[in-house]
Design a protein around this ligand. Sequence first.
Ligand code: FE2
Length: 457
Amino acid sequence: MSLCPRRKVELWLKGFLSCTYSWVKLEDINKVFCFNKTPITEDTFFRYQFLNRVHPVVIRHCTELPCNFPITPVMVKGNVFRADYKILEGVPATSSTSLRFTHLVCANPSPQPSCVSPLPPAAQPVPRPRQPHLLPSDSEWDWILAKTWVLYADVLVYEAVSHLLLTHLVNKAFALATLRQQPMCHSLFKVRAGLVHRVLNSPGRGLLEGGAGSGIERTKVLMAKGMSCLSYASLCFPDDIQECEVDCIPNYYYRDDGLKIWSAIEHFVSGIVRHYYRSDAHILADCELQAWADETFREGFLGNEVSGRGHVNPDIAKLIKYLTMWIYCCSAQYATLNNGQYELGAWMPKFPASMRNLPLQSNGTTSLESYLDTIPEVNSTRVAIYSLWVLCCEPGDSRSLGTYPDEHFTEEEPKRVIAAFQGRLAQISQEIQERNKSLPIPYHYLDPHQIENNTSI
Ligand SMILES: [Fe+2]
Protein backbone atom coordinates (compact mmCIF):
# COMPACT_ATOMS: atom_id res chain seq x y z
CA MET A 1 0.00 0.00 0.00
CA SER A 2 1.25 3.49 -0.61
CA LEU A 3 0.38 6.60 1.21
CA CYS A 4 -2.15 9.24 0.37
CA PRO A 5 -1.28 12.91 0.95
CA ARG A 6 -0.67 14.06 4.50
CA ARG A 7 -3.67 16.33 4.59
CA LYS A 8 -5.87 13.27 4.65
CA VAL A 9 -4.63 12.56 8.16
CA GLU A 10 -7.32 14.85 9.40
CA LEU A 11 -9.93 12.74 7.70
CA TRP A 12 -8.42 9.57 9.13
CA LEU A 13 -8.56 10.92 12.62
CA LYS A 14 -12.18 11.90 12.09
CA GLY A 15 -12.85 8.37 10.91
CA PHE A 16 -11.53 7.06 14.22
CA LEU A 17 -14.23 8.92 16.09
CA SER A 18 -16.88 6.61 14.75
CA CYS A 19 -14.96 3.49 15.79
CA THR A 20 -15.11 1.75 19.12
CA TYR A 21 -12.47 -0.28 20.99
CA SER A 22 -12.01 -3.06 18.48
CA TRP A 23 -12.43 -3.45 14.76
CA VAL A 24 -15.76 -5.12 14.09
CA LYS A 25 -15.30 -5.72 10.41
CA LEU A 26 -12.68 -5.15 7.73
CA GLU A 27 -14.55 -2.16 6.42
CA ASP A 28 -13.84 -0.39 9.72
CA ILE A 29 -10.15 -0.34 8.80
CA ASN A 30 -10.81 0.74 5.24
CA LYS A 31 -13.05 3.50 6.52
CA VAL A 32 -10.32 4.95 8.71
CA PHE A 33 -7.30 4.57 6.46
CA CYS A 34 -7.04 6.17 3.04
CA PHE A 35 -4.51 4.42 0.86
CA ASN A 36 -3.68 3.53 -2.68
CA LYS A 37 -2.66 0.10 -3.80
CA THR A 38 0.96 -0.36 -4.77
CA PRO A 39 1.73 -1.91 -8.14
CA ILE A 40 3.07 -5.07 -6.47
CA THR A 41 1.24 -7.83 -4.67
CA GLU A 42 0.71 -8.00 -0.93
CA ASP A 43 3.19 -10.83 -0.36
CA THR A 44 5.80 -9.17 -2.53
CA PHE A 45 5.47 -5.96 -0.57
CA PHE A 46 5.82 -7.92 2.66
CA ARG A 47 9.19 -9.24 1.53
CA TYR A 48 10.14 -5.91 0.01
CA GLN A 49 9.72 -4.30 3.41
CA PHE A 50 12.76 -6.19 4.69
CA LEU A 51 14.91 -4.82 1.90
CA ASN A 52 13.89 -1.27 1.20
CA ARG A 53 11.46 0.14 3.72
CA VAL A 54 11.89 1.65 7.14
CA HIS A 55 13.89 -1.18 8.76
CA PRO A 56 16.13 -2.81 6.14
CA VAL A 57 18.90 -3.74 8.59
CA VAL A 58 17.74 -7.08 9.98
CA ILE A 59 18.26 -9.54 7.16
CA ARG A 60 21.28 -11.80 7.08
CA HIS A 61 22.43 -14.28 4.47
CA CYS A 62 21.05 -17.69 5.37
CA THR A 63 23.63 -20.30 4.46
CA GLU A 64 21.71 -23.16 6.04
CA LEU A 65 17.96 -23.54 6.36
CA PRO A 66 16.84 -23.78 10.01
CA CYS A 67 16.42 -27.45 10.80
CA ASN A 68 13.02 -26.95 12.41
CA PHE A 69 11.53 -25.21 9.38
CA PRO A 70 9.25 -27.26 7.13
CA ILE A 71 11.13 -26.02 4.10
CA THR A 72 13.50 -27.73 1.73
CA PRO A 73 16.07 -26.08 -0.52
CA VAL A 74 13.86 -26.96 -3.48
CA MET A 75 11.09 -24.76 -2.07
CA VAL A 76 13.26 -21.68 -1.83
CA LYS A 77 15.15 -20.95 -4.99
CA GLY A 78 17.77 -18.27 -5.23
CA ASN A 79 19.37 -16.43 -2.36
CA VAL A 80 17.80 -16.98 1.03
CA PHE A 81 18.01 -14.37 3.76
CA ARG A 82 16.92 -14.58 7.32
CA ALA A 83 15.36 -12.08 9.70
CA ASP A 84 15.87 -13.52 13.17
CA TYR A 85 14.44 -11.59 16.11
CA LYS A 86 16.35 -13.53 18.72
CA ILE A 87 16.91 -10.35 20.72
CA LEU A 88 13.24 -10.56 21.72
CA GLU A 89 13.79 -13.82 23.57
CA GLY A 90 12.88 -13.29 27.20
CA VAL A 91 11.47 -9.81 26.55
CA PRO A 92 7.78 -9.52 27.37
CA ALA A 93 6.28 -8.61 24.03
CA THR A 94 2.68 -9.02 25.06
CA SER A 95 1.11 -9.14 28.49
CA SER A 96 1.61 -12.88 28.74
CA THR A 97 4.44 -14.08 26.59
CA SER A 98 7.76 -13.29 25.05
CA LEU A 99 8.28 -13.94 21.40
CA ARG A 100 10.92 -15.11 19.08
CA PHE A 101 10.20 -14.97 15.40
CA THR A 102 12.29 -16.08 12.53
CA HIS A 103 11.34 -15.05 9.06
CA LEU A 104 12.98 -16.31 5.92
CA VAL A 105 13.23 -14.01 2.96
CA CYS A 106 14.06 -15.38 -0.44
CA ALA A 107 15.23 -13.17 -3.27
CA ASN A 108 15.80 -14.34 -6.78
CA PRO A 109 18.39 -12.50 -8.81
CA SER A 110 15.71 -10.77 -10.86
CA PRO A 111 15.56 -7.13 -11.80
CA GLN A 112 12.30 -6.25 -10.08
CA PRO A 113 11.15 -6.80 -6.51
CA SER A 114 7.88 -8.14 -7.88
CA CYS A 115 9.82 -11.27 -8.92
CA VAL A 116 11.01 -12.10 -5.41
CA SER A 117 9.87 -15.60 -4.52
CA PRO A 118 7.14 -16.25 -1.99
CA LEU A 119 8.55 -16.89 1.41
CA PRO A 120 7.46 -18.36 4.67
CA PRO A 121 7.78 -16.75 8.05
CA ALA A 122 7.57 -18.90 11.10
CA ALA A 123 5.76 -17.77 14.18
CA GLN A 124 7.48 -19.18 17.23
CA PRO A 125 6.23 -18.13 20.65
CA VAL A 126 8.90 -19.00 23.22
CA PRO A 127 9.17 -21.27 25.16
CA ARG A 128 6.75 -23.62 23.44
CA PRO A 129 8.73 -26.61 22.23
CA ARG A 130 6.59 -27.22 19.16
CA GLN A 131 5.87 -24.14 17.12
CA PRO A 132 3.47 -23.72 14.27
CA HIS A 133 5.14 -22.71 11.02
CA LEU A 134 3.23 -20.74 8.49
CA LEU A 135 3.57 -20.84 4.73
CA PRO A 136 1.84 -18.86 2.00
CA SER A 137 -0.07 -22.06 1.26
CA ASP A 138 -1.70 -22.02 4.72
CA SER A 139 -5.17 -20.62 5.19
CA GLU A 140 -5.52 -16.99 4.18
CA TRP A 141 -6.01 -15.59 7.69
CA ASP A 142 -3.35 -17.81 9.26
CA TRP A 143 -0.86 -16.47 6.76
CA ILE A 144 -1.96 -12.86 7.14
CA LEU A 145 -1.79 -13.10 10.94
CA ALA A 146 1.65 -14.74 10.82
CA LYS A 147 2.98 -11.89 8.70
CA THR A 148 1.48 -9.35 11.07
CA TRP A 149 3.22 -10.97 14.07
CA VAL A 150 6.54 -10.90 12.26
CA LEU A 151 6.02 -7.22 11.48
CA TYR A 152 5.19 -6.59 15.13
CA ALA A 153 8.47 -8.21 16.18
CA ASP A 154 10.18 -6.04 13.61
CA VAL A 155 8.58 -2.86 14.99
CA LEU A 156 9.72 -3.70 18.53
CA VAL A 157 13.34 -4.13 17.48
CA TYR A 158 13.16 -1.20 15.09
CA GLU A 159 11.93 1.34 17.61
CA ALA A 160 14.02 0.35 20.62
CA VAL A 161 17.30 -0.80 19.11
CA SER A 162 17.83 0.25 15.51
CA HIS A 163 16.20 3.66 15.71
CA LEU A 164 16.35 4.97 19.28
CA LEU A 165 19.53 3.29 20.52
CA LEU A 166 21.72 3.10 17.45
CA THR A 167 20.99 6.47 15.94
CA HIS A 168 19.55 8.88 18.52
CA LEU A 169 21.32 7.78 21.68
CA VAL A 170 24.68 6.78 20.27
CA ASN A 171 24.76 10.14 18.54
CA LYS A 172 23.94 11.94 21.76
CA ALA A 173 26.91 10.30 23.47
CA PHE A 174 29.17 11.52 20.66
CA ALA A 175 27.65 15.00 20.72
CA LEU A 176 28.15 15.32 24.47
CA ALA A 177 31.75 14.14 24.20
CA THR A 178 32.32 16.76 21.51
CA LEU A 179 30.94 19.54 23.67
CA ARG A 180 32.90 18.39 26.72
CA GLN A 181 36.24 17.59 25.15
CA GLN A 182 36.72 19.81 22.13
CA PRO A 183 36.88 23.61 22.13
CA MET A 184 34.86 25.38 19.45
CA CYS A 185 37.99 26.23 17.52
CA HIS A 186 38.96 22.55 17.19
CA SER A 187 38.88 21.47 13.57
CA LEU A 188 36.81 18.37 14.28
CA PHE A 189 34.38 20.32 16.40
CA LYS A 190 33.78 22.45 13.33
CA VAL A 191 32.87 19.39 11.29
CA ARG A 192 29.93 18.80 13.59
CA ALA A 193 29.45 22.41 14.69
CA GLY A 194 25.97 23.83 14.78
CA LEU A 195 24.55 20.37 14.94
CA VAL A 196 25.23 19.06 18.41
CA HIS A 197 22.81 21.43 20.13
CA ARG A 198 20.00 20.10 17.97
CA VAL A 199 20.87 16.53 18.89
CA LEU A 200 20.76 17.31 22.56
CA ASN A 201 17.41 19.02 22.30
CA SER A 202 15.70 16.31 20.28
CA PRO A 203 13.53 13.82 22.15
CA GLY A 204 14.11 10.85 19.83
CA ARG A 205 11.22 8.90 21.17
CA GLY A 206 9.39 7.80 18.06
CA LEU A 207 6.42 5.73 19.04
CA LEU A 208 7.87 4.87 22.39
CA GLU A 209 6.15 7.50 24.41
CA GLY A 210 3.24 7.81 22.04
CA GLY A 211 1.32 5.27 24.03
CA ALA A 212 1.31 2.73 21.29
CA GLY A 213 4.87 1.58 21.07
CA SER A 214 6.76 -1.15 22.78
CA GLY A 215 6.47 0.48 26.21
CA ILE A 216 9.18 2.21 28.17
CA GLU A 217 10.13 -0.73 30.37
CA ARG A 218 10.33 -3.16 27.50
CA THR A 219 12.29 -0.61 25.54
CA LYS A 220 14.86 -0.34 28.32
CA VAL A 221 15.32 -4.12 28.34
CA LEU A 222 15.68 -4.21 24.58
CA MET A 223 18.14 -1.33 24.55
CA ALA A 224 20.25 -3.00 27.24
CA LYS A 225 20.35 -6.18 25.17
CA GLY A 226 21.15 -4.20 22.05
CA MET A 227 23.91 -2.35 23.87
CA SER A 228 25.51 -5.53 25.18
CA CYS A 229 26.05 -6.87 21.67
CA LEU A 230 26.84 -3.57 19.97
CA SER A 231 30.01 -3.70 17.93
CA TYR A 232 31.96 -0.92 16.32
CA ALA A 233 32.03 -2.90 13.05
CA SER A 234 28.24 -3.10 12.95
CA LEU A 235 28.09 0.70 12.91
CA CYS A 236 30.51 0.90 9.97
CA PHE A 237 28.20 0.45 7.01
CA PRO A 238 30.51 -1.38 4.54
CA ASP A 239 31.75 -3.70 7.31
CA ASP A 240 28.21 -4.46 8.38
CA ILE A 241 27.11 -5.27 4.82
CA GLN A 242 29.98 -7.74 4.57
CA GLU A 243 29.36 -9.21 8.00
CA CYS A 244 25.69 -9.83 7.16
CA GLU A 245 26.70 -11.28 3.78
CA VAL A 246 24.10 -9.22 1.98
CA ASP A 247 26.45 -7.82 -0.64
CA CYS A 248 24.98 -10.01 -3.38
CA ILE A 249 21.26 -9.63 -2.72
CA PRO A 250 19.56 -8.01 -5.74
CA ASN A 251 17.40 -4.89 -5.61
CA TYR A 252 18.73 -3.93 -2.18
CA TYR A 253 18.72 -0.18 -2.79
CA TYR A 254 19.34 0.60 0.88
CA ARG A 255 22.73 -1.05 0.53
CA ASP A 256 23.51 0.40 -2.91
CA ASP A 257 22.69 3.99 -1.95
CA GLY A 258 24.21 3.66 1.52
CA LEU A 259 27.58 2.51 0.17
CA LYS A 260 27.74 5.49 -2.17
CA ILE A 261 26.98 7.91 0.63
CA TRP A 262 29.44 6.26 3.02
CA SER A 263 32.14 6.64 0.38
CA ALA A 264 31.25 10.31 -0.17
CA ILE A 265 31.39 11.02 3.58
CA GLU A 266 34.67 9.14 3.92
CA HIS A 267 36.21 11.16 1.11
CA PHE A 268 35.05 14.40 2.72
CA VAL A 269 36.30 13.43 6.18
CA SER A 270 39.61 12.31 4.71
CA GLY A 271 40.10 15.71 3.07
CA ILE A 272 39.43 17.56 6.32
CA VAL A 273 41.48 15.25 8.57
CA ARG A 274 44.48 15.16 6.23
CA HIS A 275 44.42 18.93 6.00
CA TYR A 276 44.66 19.37 9.78
CA TYR A 277 46.76 16.31 10.68
CA ARG A 278 49.94 15.65 8.72
CA SER A 279 50.95 12.47 10.55
CA ASP A 280 49.80 9.84 13.03
CA ALA A 281 52.10 11.43 15.61
CA HIS A 282 50.25 14.70 15.16
CA ILE A 283 47.00 12.91 16.07
CA LEU A 284 48.52 11.20 19.09
CA ALA A 285 49.77 14.56 20.32
CA ASP A 286 46.28 16.08 20.19
CA CYS A 287 45.14 15.64 23.80
CA GLU A 288 41.68 17.05 23.13
CA LEU A 289 41.13 14.59 20.33
CA GLN A 290 42.35 11.68 22.46
CA ALA A 291 40.08 12.71 25.32
CA TRP A 292 37.17 12.89 22.91
CA ALA A 293 37.90 9.43 21.51
CA ASP A 294 38.20 8.02 25.04
CA GLU A 295 34.90 9.53 26.11
CA THR A 296 33.01 8.31 23.05
CA PHE A 297 34.27 4.81 23.84
CA ARG A 298 33.40 5.11 27.50
CA GLU A 299 29.94 6.66 27.04
CA GLY A 300 28.97 5.62 23.51
CA PHE A 301 30.10 2.01 23.84
CA LEU A 302 29.99 1.86 27.65
CA GLY A 303 33.65 0.92 27.58
CA ASN A 304 32.70 -2.52 26.33
CA GLU A 305 35.88 -4.15 25.05
CA VAL A 306 33.83 -6.62 23.01
CA SER A 307 32.63 -3.74 20.84
CA GLY A 308 36.10 -3.47 19.32
CA ARG A 309 38.60 -0.72 20.02
CA GLY A 310 39.42 0.39 16.50
CA HIS A 311 38.63 3.94 17.50
CA VAL A 312 40.89 4.29 20.55
CA ASN A 313 44.27 5.98 20.12
CA PRO A 314 43.46 6.58 16.49
CA ASP A 315 45.92 7.08 13.71
CA ILE A 316 44.87 9.01 10.62
CA ALA A 317 43.15 6.07 8.93
CA LYS A 318 41.29 5.02 12.08
CA LEU A 319 40.21 8.56 12.80
CA ILE A 320 38.82 8.99 9.28
CA LYS A 321 36.81 5.79 9.62
CA TYR A 322 35.61 6.67 13.11
CA LEU A 323 34.37 10.11 12.07
CA THR A 324 32.82 8.70 8.92
CA MET A 325 30.93 6.18 11.06
CA TRP A 326 29.61 8.89 13.33
CA ILE A 327 28.47 11.18 10.51
CA TYR A 328 26.95 8.28 8.56
CA CYS A 329 25.02 6.91 11.56
CA CYS A 330 23.43 10.20 12.47
CA SER A 331 22.68 11.34 8.93
CA ALA A 332 22.22 8.60 6.32
CA GLN A 333 21.43 5.73 8.67
CA TYR A 334 19.08 7.96 10.57
CA ALA A 335 17.30 8.98 7.36
CA THR A 336 16.95 5.31 6.46
CA LEU A 337 15.31 4.45 9.75
CA ASN A 338 13.39 7.60 10.47
CA ASN A 339 12.03 9.12 7.31
CA GLY A 340 9.73 6.33 6.21
CA GLN A 341 7.95 5.84 9.52
CA TYR A 342 4.81 7.65 8.64
CA GLU A 343 4.71 6.50 5.04
CA LEU A 344 4.64 2.89 6.19
CA GLY A 345 3.13 3.21 9.63
CA ALA A 346 0.04 5.08 8.55
CA TRP A 347 -1.24 1.76 7.28
CA MET A 348 -1.35 0.02 10.63
CA PRO A 349 -1.26 -3.65 9.49
CA LYS A 350 2.17 -2.96 7.97
CA PHE A 351 3.55 -1.37 11.13
CA PRO A 352 1.68 -2.80 14.13
CA ALA A 353 2.89 -1.10 17.29
CA SER A 354 1.06 -3.45 19.64
CA MET A 355 -0.68 -6.81 19.43
CA ARG A 356 -3.37 -8.45 21.52
CA ASN A 357 -3.93 -12.12 22.28
CA LEU A 358 -1.38 -14.84 21.75
CA PRO A 359 0.30 -15.67 18.49
CA LEU A 360 -1.01 -18.63 16.56
CA GLN A 361 -1.10 -21.78 18.68
CA SER A 362 -1.83 -24.14 15.82
CA ASN A 363 -2.41 -23.96 12.11
CA GLY A 364 -5.88 -23.43 10.71
CA THR A 365 -7.33 -21.57 13.69
CA THR A 366 -7.35 -17.96 12.51
CA SER A 367 -10.51 -16.29 11.32
CA LEU A 368 -11.24 -12.75 10.27
CA GLU A 369 -12.77 -12.13 13.70
CA SER A 370 -9.73 -13.43 15.61
CA TYR A 371 -7.45 -11.41 13.35
CA LEU A 372 -9.37 -8.20 14.06
CA ASP A 373 -9.25 -9.02 17.78
CA THR A 374 -5.46 -9.44 17.67
CA ILE A 375 -4.20 -6.44 15.68
CA PRO A 376 -3.78 -3.11 17.51
CA GLU A 377 -7.07 -1.83 18.84
CA VAL A 378 -8.60 1.38 17.61
CA ASN A 379 -7.32 3.76 20.24
CA SER A 380 -3.67 2.69 20.20
CA THR A 381 -3.76 2.83 16.40
CA ARG A 382 -5.02 6.40 16.58
CA VAL A 383 -2.25 7.39 19.01
CA ALA A 384 0.41 5.63 16.94
CA ILE A 385 -0.63 7.30 13.71
CA TYR A 386 -0.89 10.69 15.31
CA SER A 387 2.60 10.26 16.84
CA LEU A 388 4.04 9.26 13.49
CA TRP A 389 2.37 12.17 11.78
CA VAL A 390 3.80 14.65 14.26
CA LEU A 391 7.25 13.08 14.01
CA CYS A 392 7.29 13.26 10.23
CA CYS A 393 6.57 16.98 10.18
CA GLU A 394 9.59 19.07 9.23
CA PRO A 395 11.18 20.61 12.35
CA GLY A 396 11.87 23.79 10.37
CA ASP A 397 15.56 24.08 11.22
CA SER A 398 16.80 21.15 9.20
CA ARG A 399 19.98 21.20 7.17
CA SER A 400 20.71 18.60 4.55
CA LEU A 401 23.84 16.46 4.64
CA GLY A 402 26.95 18.40 3.66
CA THR A 403 25.56 21.83 4.56
CA TYR A 404 27.92 24.08 6.53
CA PRO A 405 26.34 27.53 6.44
CA ASP A 406 28.05 28.94 9.52
CA GLU A 407 31.41 29.65 7.91
CA HIS A 408 33.36 27.73 10.51
CA PHE A 409 35.86 26.89 7.82
CA THR A 410 37.57 29.94 6.43
CA GLU A 411 40.63 28.32 4.83
CA GLU A 412 40.57 27.50 1.14
CA GLU A 413 41.28 23.76 1.35
CA PRO A 414 38.42 22.83 3.74
CA LYS A 415 36.08 25.00 1.65
CA ARG A 416 37.15 23.14 -1.46
CA VAL A 417 36.64 19.77 0.29
CA ILE A 418 33.13 20.79 1.38
CA ALA A 419 32.22 21.97 -2.13
CA ALA A 420 33.46 18.67 -3.58
CA PHE A 421 31.40 16.77 -1.00
CA GLN A 422 28.28 18.71 -1.91
CA GLY A 423 28.94 18.08 -5.60
CA ARG A 424 29.27 14.34 -5.06
CA LEU A 425 26.06 14.25 -3.00
CA ALA A 426 24.21 16.09 -5.78
CA GLN A 427 25.50 13.52 -8.24
CA ILE A 428 24.32 10.63 -6.04
CA SER A 429 20.93 12.30 -5.72
CA GLN A 430 20.63 12.48 -9.48
CA GLU A 431 21.60 8.80 -9.86
CA ILE A 432 19.00 7.76 -7.28
CA GLN A 433 16.26 9.78 -8.94
CA GLU A 434 17.13 8.29 -12.34
CA ARG A 435 17.07 4.75 -10.90
CA ASN A 436 13.77 5.36 -9.16
CA LYS A 437 12.03 6.23 -12.42
CA SER A 438 12.04 2.56 -13.38
CA LEU A 439 11.06 1.11 -10.00
CA PRO A 440 7.52 0.07 -9.11
CA ILE A 441 8.18 1.51 -5.64
CA PRO A 442 10.88 4.20 -5.56
CA TYR A 443 13.46 4.07 -2.81
CA HIS A 444 14.21 7.67 -1.88
CA TYR A 445 15.12 7.62 1.82
CA LEU A 446 18.82 7.84 1.00
CA ASP A 447 18.50 10.54 -1.61
CA PRO A 448 20.98 13.08 -0.18
CA HIS A 449 18.40 15.84 -0.61
CA GLN A 450 16.30 14.06 1.99
CA ILE A 451 19.10 13.26 4.43
CA GLU A 452 19.49 15.68 7.29
CA ASN A 453 22.90 16.54 8.63
CA ASN A 454 21.96 15.05 11.98
CA THR A 455 19.37 13.13 13.94
CA SER A 456 16.30 15.21 14.70
CA ILE A 457 13.09 13.87 16.20
FE1 FE2 B 1 13.81 9.61 15.16
